[in-house]
Design a protein around this ligand. Sequence first.
Ligand SMILES: [Zn+2]
Length: 372
Amino acid sequence: MTKSTKDIYWCKNCLVMSTRPRITFKDGICSACHWYFKKKEMDWSKRQNQLNDLLDRYRSNNGSYDCIVPVSGGKDGSYVCYNLKEKYSMNPLSVTVTPALPLALGDKNLKSFVESGYTNISINLDYNAMQKLNKYGFIEKGFPYYGWLIAIHTTILHISKSMNIKLIFYGEDGEVEYGGSTETQNTAFYDFNYQKRVYLESGYENLLESMDLNSSKYYFFKYPKDDEFFNDLKITHWSYYENWDPYRNYLIAKEFCGLEESDETNMGTFTNFAQNDQSLYALHTFLMYIKFGFGRANQDASIEIRRGAMNRDQAINLVNLYDGNFPLENLQTYLDYFKMNEGEFFEILKKWTNYDLFDVINNKWEKKFYIE
Ligand SMILES: [Zn+2]
């Protein structure tokens, strides 16, 4: 190991790595594990009451939609919609921002979700605008679906405003649940500024400055004017109100919303039931791996360890087996989409590589670290 890797370590309980953005550790244990332990002990009735009050305040009595749930057809959005409709008698409007390179299974799951009794607005944004923003994200931020990531915030706000729906439920607060910023651990709501700073990683304003986005094709990628409509808009995460459990969500979505898992394990991991909606996700997690040293298998394994489905040694074996496998089957799709040749494409990957963690030899990433 080189000297500069001395500050690299892993959570003693799961496999969250010290390189993870915004992560904190206490006594060698990551914030996601601390939160997981805390959740078990927590008295959820207080937050449950908060939820009841919130829903009572916004529930529609005239048949109009009273809340928006961004969905992909995957387990989490489906689970949230199911609960709002069946358990709390709300009228959720599900909204999908179609990703750039959708996968057939994601389309099928979204269709099944709709057929199980939900209204869905699927919005297909300007192809060229999305491509330009995704390519910008890939090159400048190492974030290949940055355009889509912007849109799942901005577009939802446009729809909220145009349909006069002032309550928005996202699924989980990934920062709190999987490791990252803990600032929203005890806060139910968050605003535009938090979205821009944490989810869009502060690059959003720079992006606007560096690109001429005046054309209407960028309309849905821009934040709506922050006027009085948004004063009583509430943006929240379902995971604030109950003990978030991705595996339970999967079981519920499978039983009640027609969710199907992939026949094979997903690229770069050992699971088959999450993130089945777009092929850029596999590139996103590969970039995560070469930037930070952890990939999709590590993320999945850490969740599995926390819920007690595997022990840490089993998890390390799976991570060593799956993490960092380049999604070669998708390479031509990526080249076509970004309009790049193979040389240009791999140059971008190399640009985002952390060379304290990896050597790159003939477009193969060889790690210089061992999970301890
Ligand atoms: Zn941990």
